[in-house]
Design a protein around this ligand. Structure first.
Ligand code: ZN
Length: 619
């Protein structure tokens, strides 16, 4: 059901290149080396961790910071542009490392070094060699052979010696994926660092032997295939487990070193939304791991045997993984879980305002940015350009790396994509066909996904699709255009508004639970002939308006001159983040199908500022 509900880009000409796609999810955390000096897991970790103290300190010293699953992040030097790396401070223990210059140390070190760090103009990028093996291992690695498809028979013999039967055996594709090689009739596994340099190799022992004396890994196995596209992984304690799970579930499995855990692994895992942990040998360690990785995204697998044993006797691993249980029951919360959030909201200034719109600077000025987990409602009377505006508003964020799932229930997707492509190119493409392929190729690389739904659709199906998209494509922004078309129009009036409010509630919950921004377009209840639309023109009840974080209205006024025509502006009537309200003019450019002014290198950039500021902000 999932694969049929979402697709990337709209036509055959928009091909997908997974490598380029990755560029659009540039998580600097993946490209940093694992510290040689690794920290042992504290046998008695503190329950709350260091997070509160760390944040207290950062606030006192006016250091702006952002927060992710396991780290608190601050800029590494005084420049706030891309020149600076991000210092990641681990919440549990306070260890820190910079994603770019690799400065690293304990929390105490951070406090001593901070005055020096913040005085620097930039932090220098550190690069490491691709292969960092000791001589003996390097020779083995150089003499080993990559597995090729023609090695099928040899591989069968080798795997049989490892105890795999004909029926339940590993495929060459699986082994190739993880970079396993053949060396003197044995298999060797490469261990890669978080910066993807090869740091160790392991000559594989028979799985039954590794059951009795588990292999001690010096570095993680499988990190080389972890990418920003993965939203979900399975952590295991052996290489064989990782291979069997990957092959049967298609999900990436990683075997971790069982005594060491460095902050760089935290950073490499920072974008993951779901981490299953399948440790058979050391359950206590598994729970400590979930504490470090943030229990809110960890799921335990408590199957009575390890993955490769289950695989070899024909148990299906897929349902086992899918039935893992949440470490923290999401329906129950303690005050501690939101204590920090409340404090941050009270202080405001320490929260990052979110992604800024490049095309609508006034929108950024009023609502400060696009933030995760919020619900935005957009309305405006028929024909005012809601879809066209929404297309440009979401495209703007998408070009900055916000992966977007667009549900267009009213307009066919290819028509929407045509508008988006025109907005993206900032040109009338009908008159500029020679550059079509250039822009289409670039557009393909954007993390923009479309739902295949059209017309009426059940909310359960839509929410389910959204959930899958978040898990698989790491979607950060979902757009629903529009609610009435999704609901179908055949409701009697009172019924319809009740239903509408119920749906808004479902989307609100989805946004919060998935830390995903949801933007919904709603037709106003009735169109005002004169006067502006207001919050009460949209919702059936006050509760529904309370559930939205931002409410935007496209207002339209007829001009009282002979030429007719009308003036449009975007009005922010609700902004939960900091309360500022205001409006700015929207002038439609028919050539570019855009509400923004063309940017850079054109003479009318200043005109843009004037245009957008021609209506003063109202408080
Ligand atoms: Zn740095």
């Amino acid at each position: 059901m999932f694969s049929s509900s979402i697709f990337r880009s709209t036509s055959n000409y928009l091909l997908v290149n997974p490598y380029i796609h990755q560029l659009f999810h540039s998580f600097n955390s993946i490209n940093t080396p694992l510290s040689k000096k690794q920290t042992l897991i504290d046998p008695n970790p503190p329950l709350v961790g260091q997070a509160i103290e760390i944040k207290e300190y950062l606030r006192e010293n006016s250091i702006p910071f952002d927060e992710s699953w396991t780290c608190i992040k601050a800029l590494c030097c005084r420049s706030s542009s891309r020149i600076s790396g991000l210092i990641h401070i681990e919440k549990e223990r306070g260890d820190f490392v910079c994603s770019k210059c690799s400065t690293t140390g304990t929390w105490l070190d951070f406090k001593t070094q901070w005055p020096h760090l913040k005085s620097r103009i930039n932090c220098p990028k550190v690069t490491t060699a691709a292969i960092q093996l000791p001589d003996k291992e390097r020779i083995i690695w150089e003499q080993s052979q990559a597995i090729q498809d023609k090695d099928k028979e040899l591989l069968e013999v080798i795997l049989a010696r490892y105890g795999f039967t004909e029926e339940y055996t590993l495929s060459s594709t699986t082994l190739q994926r993880y970079g396993i090689r053949i060396y003197q009739d044995q298999l060797i596994a490469p261990l890669y660092d978080t910066d993807r340099s090869l740091v160790d190799i392991v000559v594989l022992d028979s799985p039954s032997n590794s059951d009795t004396k588990p292999l001690k890994l010096s570095a993680p196995f499988g990190l080389n295939i972890l990418s920003a596209r993965n939203a979900e992984i399975i952590l295991v304690d052996s290489i064989w487990d990782a291979l069997c799970i990957y092959q049967t579930t298609g999900k990436l499995a990683i075997a971790l070193p069982n005594t060491k855990f460095s902050i760089r692994i935290n950073m490499a895992f920072e974008h993951l939304r779901k981490i299953h942990i399948w440790y058979t040998n050391d359950k206590a360690f598994a729970f400590r791991l979930s504490n470090i990785l943030n229990p809110h995204r960890c799921f335990m697998i408590t199957y009575p045997m390890n993955a490769h044993s289950a695989f070899k006797i024909g148990h299906s691993l897929k349902p086992i993984v899918n039935e893992s249980f949440a470490v923290i029951n999401k329906c129950i919360e303690q005050f501690d879980t939101f204590r920090d959030l409340i404090r941050d909201e009270l202080f405001q200034r320490t929260r990052f305002a979110g992604t800024q719109w490049q095309r609508f600077p006034m929108l950024s000025q009023i609502i400060k940015g696009h933030r995760a987990g919020e619900l935005t409602v957009l309305t405006g009377s028929t024909g005012c350009g809601k879809t066209t505006f929404l297309s440009e508003y979401s495209l703007d964020l998408c070009t900055q790396g916000v992966s977007t799932l667009f549900g267009s229930f009213e307009i066919q997707t290819h028509r929407l994509a045509k508008v988006m492509l025109t907005q993206y190119s900032s040109l009338n493409l009908t008159k500029n066909m020679h550059v079509f392929d250039k822009f289409a190729d670039q557009f393909t690389r954007l993390p923009m996904f479309f739902m295949t739904f059209h017309g009426q659709e059940s909310i359960d199906k839509v929410i389910n699709t959204m959930g899958n998209a978040v898990a698989i494509h790491n979607i950060q922004h979902v757009v629903i255009d529009n609610l009435q078309f999704m609901m179908g129009m055949d409701y009697s009036n009172g019924d319809r508004f009740f239903k509408q409010d119920t749906l808004i509630h479902r989307f609100r919950k989805f946004a919060t639970n998935n830390k995903c921004h949801v933007t919904i377009v709603i037709h106003p209840r009735k169109e005002e002939d004169e006067g502006d639309l207001s919050v009460s023109s949209i919702f059936g009840s006050a509760k529904a308006s309370q559930e939205s974080d931002n409410i935007l209205i496209i207002q339209q006024k007829k001009l009282a001159n002979a030429a007719g025509g009308n003036i449009k502006y975007l009005q922010v009537v609700k902004n939960r983040f900091d309360g500022q309200l205001g409006r700015f003019a929207l002038r439609f450019d028919k050539e570019r199908l855009s509400f923004s002014r063309p940017n850079a290198t054109r003479d009318d950039v200043d005109d843009n500022q004037q245009q957008q500021q021609s209506i003063p902000i109202e408080q």
